[in-house]
Structure formats: C-alpha cells, structure tokens
Design a protein around this ligand. Sequence first.
Ligand code: GLC
Ligand code: CA
Length: 555
Amino acid sequence: MTYTSSAAAGTATDEIWWRQATVYQIYPRSFADANGDGIGDLRGITDRVPYLASLGIDAVWLSPFYPSALADGGYDVDVYRDVDSRLGTLDDFDAMITVLHDASIRVIVDIVPNHTSDRHAWFREALASPKGSSARDRYVFRDGTGTNGTEPPADWESAFGGPAWTAVGDGQWYFHHFAVEQPDLNWANREVRDDFLRTLRFWSDRGVDGFRIDVAHGLAKELGPASAVLPDAATLEAMPKDGSHPLWDRDDVHAIYAEWRQVFNEYTPARTAVAEAWVAADRRARYASAEGLGQAFNFDLLEADFHAGSFRSIIQSNLELAEQSGSSTTWVLSNHDVVRHATRYGLPVRSSRDQRQGGAWLLAGGALDAVDQELGLRRATAATMLELALPGSAYLYQGEELGLQEVGDIPDAERQDPAFFRNRGVDIGRDGSRVPLPWKREGSSLGFGPGGSHLPQPGWFGESSVEAEDADPDSTLNLYRRALDLRRQLQADEHLDWLNTGRDDVLAFRRPNGWTSVTLFSDAPYDLPAGELLLATAPVTDGALMGVGTVWLRM
Ligand code: GLC
Ligand code: CA
C-alpha cells in the first residue's frame, strides 16, 4: 500500500513540500486520549484532525508510538515496526494516516536508530549469548577492567547522568549514551543496518511522508577492539568534534544515511528526513545534503536568548549554511526536550539553565518560581511570528499554539523523565513540557480524554485550553491560526533582505513579495514603516509598535 497524495500526486511541488513546511510535533502520549486510560493514543490523534487542520499546518511529526517500557518516554523502542498496544494498533495507524492525508496533512515519524530498548529481542538475545557472539556484536559490548572485569571499561558519564557503561555479570559491559534501558547499537554491524532499511520501508509503505532521525550524530562509533584501552572521560570530553571524535558526529555516519537516501528515493514523492544532530553549525550541512537525510534541525534560536543581535546573526548564518547544503533551513523554539519557550523567555537569569549538550535540558526546580510568565509569553509570540516569517521549515511543538507555560510543580513521585531520576536535585527534567494538553476548561483531564492524565495537569491549564482560546479572538491560538494562514498565502522564495531599522533592539526583514516582519525586542515604542498591517502580537498605536512584539506588513 503506497500512498500518493490525492491533491497533487507526483508534481514538482510534491517533491519539495518540506522545504518551507510548518511541521507540528505531536507527543502522542500527551496529545489526546480516546479510551480514557490516561495515555494519549492514535485514535485520539485521529479524532483531533479537524483541530490540526484548523491550525493550518503542513505536516505532523509524531514522537515514538512504538512498543516501549517508557524508560525514556518511548525513545526506548522494543519493536520498531509496531504500535504500542496502549496507543493502538497498526490498523489505528493506517486509519490515522488516511484521515491526516485527507486533510492534506503529511506525516513524519520518529526513528530511533542510536539505541534500542533493553527489552528489544536483540538485546535479550545478546544477554543470553556469550561474549564474542554475533548477538553481542549488534551492540557495543566491551570487557570490564580490574579483576574479573568488575570495573567499567571507562569512566564515561551518560547524557542523563550516571555511568554510560553497565555490567552484565560475566565481565562484560555495554555502552549507553542515554539511560541504562537504552543500549547503543553497533552500526558497523551489517544486520543492524539492514534491519533499519526494512523499518524505513515498512513505514514508507504505510504512507509515511518523512522521518525525524533521533540522535542522528551518534550512530557511528569507533571504540577499537574489546582489548583497546578507552580514553577516560576528561580526555573524551576534550577531543575535537570534527569528525574524529570516537562517539559523536563521525564522518563515517554519512555512509549510513547515503544508504537511507536510496530507500527514500524509491518512493514518489521521495520520503524526507530531518536529522536531530546537536553538532556545530558548519557540520550540519552534510546531514542536510541531498545525498543524506536532506534536512537537519538547527537549534541555534532555541538555545539563544531573546536578543535582536543574536537572532540576526543566527538567522543570517543559517540561511548561508542552508544555501551551501542545498537544503532549506529549519527553525525550532520548543520541543519535548526543552523548557517551553514562553517560560524560557521569562526566566530572570540565563544561568538558571545549563547549555550543555542537548540544549536547555537542565532547569533547576526553584528557577520556575521566578518566571515572569507574561513577559515570557509576549516574547514567545514575538519570536514565533518572526520564525514563521523566515524562509525554511518551522517546527512547532504541541501546546505552544496555546501559549502554554512549562509546568513546574509536578510532584517528584509523579515524574517520569530519567533525566530527573538520574540527576535528582539538579535537573527537574523534561516532564514539564510533556503534560497532557488541555482541550476544555473543565471536566475529566480537561478534555484530554474521558479518564485521567498520566502527568498531573495544573489548575491554570483550563484557562489555556483549546476551548477557552478558541472562543477568544485575541488568544494565542487564534494568533497562530492567522499567522499560519498568512504564511501559506505569502510563502515566497527562500530569501530575505534585512531592513535598516536604525535601532539595535529592532529586527526587520522583507521577503521577495513584500511580506515584511518587524520585531521589537524591548518595550521602547518603535515607529513602523508604512505598509498594510497584516498581523501584530502587540498593540500598534499611531503607526508605532508599543512593546515587545512582532508585526507583519505588506510593503
Ligand atoms: C533525543 C530525543 C530525546 C531522547 C534522546 C534519547 O534527544 O529527542 O527525547 O531522550 O534522544 O533517545
Ligand atoms: Ca489512551
């Protein structure tokens, strides 16, 4: 069963639909719950397609919905070619994709190739098989050090805190970049490579339009033979990330994606992919090349403070990099891994979050008490409207269209994120951006479903619900709808010209067809240039933008 778009099958526009798409990220467990077990599911998504269509998005990206013990929110996959029974069945998936496609919404699914879960058949087989077996070769096993291998092969720390090596009891240890339950695969193994090609075809055959590739820069590793002495954590940390690092962003990773590209190109239109690769900007182009995945996330704006100068240089450099790669650039302000941008921009001091690898993952509990939510939201909508006026694809995260704030007061006992459990006291983890969406002002789980909610929803959520905002013409939701509608109409060449604003707290640019975006980063009023006012996130009085905000004009 191969899906061909009903609207414009096989046309040129079909092949490049992704270049300036608006992609809405769904975190399935927290989007909508059709059967009332407190966990969002695929039928819940299908039921909400009218809502998704009302937003004016081009595609949805679904975070993992595969069978999983949820040691890392589903990024610990037990089976790659199935649906978690709590979320539905493959039939539910087919029904969902049909309804989405009928609404002209494309579907991107998440592929998690760096690691499986520890419940994957391969890992169970590896544990049951001896040292040196082909079953162990699918993962990264090494002998321990010390007497009888009771010490780890190296003192490396995992991304969620705690050791990156775990013993299996016979003198060997396996490597995991992330949680203990996420053993890393060995991508030098041909069977591993072939199995993922099968997975890509499996979902492509079911009509999936594209893939988001988790930890795309981590697959290729060079750790030498089991007997090799591994570098210690400090040495590893100091190694350059220029293609020679043993664990990250190695040049040989691109041979894997060249094979994937051949699979993508077996389909019409060709399947697309976007790399989640936290690499230096100048190393992004290879992931984004037409011979590779085709596009790569650019997290620079997500990591930046709300500051005109930083925004401008990030935009400029990413447009140049995109031109070099031949791809279009991508913009992201929020996702399931970071503190929501309406909250981030209201944090008093930048030092309250840590910019370590993986972006703004760390947020100490107390920091949320000091957030200026009103300022955070004003800045967030200004930044989003600026983002939506830029050339390239925009990736939105569920709930940002409601202006949702991060939920800070989830009781410890109800938290789920391994980043919380492994860093207790330092990092409250990512659950605060994954609380089930409020659809209604009141009622069971605020309309998320007929039952409860797998993470507690705060009291104030109802006022930010879809129901409440739908009814309010000035809500964030209706602002997003107007903006996405205009974006579709005004979308032009992937090019912009900066306008001279005479102020260092104002950024303005003009797209080739006259679509102009002006962002004021402070509350000192700014006289707008003449033009037809299309949209404003802050009051405009006598031709002046009165405070932090973005205005779109036609000039
Ligand atoms: C990516 C995902 C994140 C997950 C990690 C490990 O960064 O976005 O949610 O924890 O990979 O799979
Ligand atoms: Ca459910």
